[in-house]
Design a protein around this ligand. Structure first.
Ligand SMILES: C[S@@+](CC[C@H](N)C(=O)[O-])C[C@H]1O[C@@H](n2cnc3c(N)ncnc32)[C@H](O)[C@@H]1O
Length: 347
């Protein structure tokens, strides 16, 4: 009697093969498949795509077919030939020139994050990140490891900015931040979130605070448009040791998840001291459920923090505890239904 595969077998197979799905997406980005098809005047055959990419006909056809099965591309067989075309998803988020492109984040995941995850078991044994195993670099200073070359720093900064073009305004609208006209985005990187902030709250001014090499890279590669220069500026410094610029509202977006409990307490105490009475701090992070047992994406992000940083994702209760320990009051957590959530705390 023929027996069908049971749910457990199917689940196990899907999990075991999950990395292959990631690699299809990464390889198609790396090779420029989505850019080529978006720029073509119409759908292309596998041979035309292979010629355009300078890749093998056999490999290209297999990759294109997998992209179609994953709904990253569309197959057009109307003329009796297999032709491949972009989808709305690929035009919006995979074409490198799209304003909402995730292309650079996917390259970062492929070239860095994936290699760190290759040492997940060791990271669990050691309880620490795996830059030494993955790249042969020490990580006592975790951002020295993350920014181990100019190219790596630029790719990290390009990768990180993509998410704010898609989700930035939603997360910044979780609270009415208009009462805070002077804003300082601590660890603000390329200034991507600052730009979304300035566009959502036209009366505000935002200072992006980050370490000197990040600010220098931002000034060179992510210049603020002339018409926004009055409202968005950069400030070099170390948020653990240097004076923080004055502001009505401080923002820490995807910063606390990089650090241990002790370093979070240290950083938050500095922010609380710098904050004016009546001022506030906005923490933007992916929140775990109250019991820490979901959502799965945030649990995976937390493991990602294990392999890449000194930190972890946290529950609303854990953020409340950290913020209260630093002297903040009236802590409110709001979920956005998107990858990142918002926590507002007042002084
Ligand atoms: C995970 S990134 C988040 C960047 C940005 N807030 C975002 O959400 O895209 C952490 C940021 O903290 C910055 N950073 C790390 N250590 C720092 C320090 N000691 N002083 C200032 N910025 C720091 C990094 O350069 C980086 O831009």
């Amino acid at each position: 009697m023929a027996s069908t595969e049971d749910d457990g077998d199917r689940l196990l197979r899907d999990y075991a093969n999950g990395f292959m799905v990631s690699q299809v997406l990464f390889a198609a980005c790396e090779l420029g498949v989505f850019d080529l098809l978006a720029e073509a005047p119409g759908p292309l055959s596998a041979a035309e795509v292979a010629a355009g990419l300078g890749a093998s006909a056999r490999g290209t056809e297999l990759l294109l077919e997998a992209c179609v099965a994953l709904r990253l591309l569309r197959l057009d067989t109307r003329g009796g030939r297999a032709l491949y075309a972009s989808t709305l998803l690929s035009r919006r988020h995979l074409v490198s020139s799209s304003p909402t492109s995730q292309h650079h984040m996917l390259l970062y995941l492929a070239r860095t994050t994936y290699l760190c995850w290759g040492h997940l078991a060791q990271a669990v044994r050691d309880g620490k990140n795996q830059y030494m195993k993955a790249f042969g670099v020490p990580s006592e200073d975790v951002f020295a490891a993350i920014y181990r070359s100019d190219a790596e720093r630029l790719l990290f900064m390009r990768g990180l900015q993509g998410v704010w073009r898609v989700h930035g305004q939603h997360v910044l609208a979780a609270f009415d931040l208009s009462p805070f006209p002077v804003v300082c985005d601590l660890g603000g990187c390329s200034g991507a979130l600052a730009r979304e902030y300035a566009s959502l709250y036209p009366a505000c001014r935002v200072t992006v605070f980050d370490i000197p090499e990040v600010v220098r890279t931002a000034r060179t590669h992510f210049p603020v448009p002339e018409e926004e220069k009055e409202r968005i500026s950069f400030h070099e410094g170390d948020f653990f040791t240097d004076p923080l610029p004055e502001a009505d509202l401080y923002v820490l977006a995807r910063v606390l998840h990089d650090w241990s409990h002790e370093k979070c307490v240290q950083l938050l105490a500095r922010v609380q001291q710098a904050c004016r009475p009546g001022g506030a701090l906005l923490v933007i992070e992916s929140l775990l459920d109250a019991d820490g047992r979901g959502p799965l994406t945030t649990q995976l992000y937390s493991l990602n923090m294990l392999v890449q940083t000194e930190g972890q994702e946290r529950t609303p209760g854990q953020y409340r505890e950290l913020l209260a320990a630093a002297g903040f009051t009236d802590v409110e957590c709001r979920r956005t239904g998107r990858p990142y959530d918002a926590v507002l705390a007042r002084k």
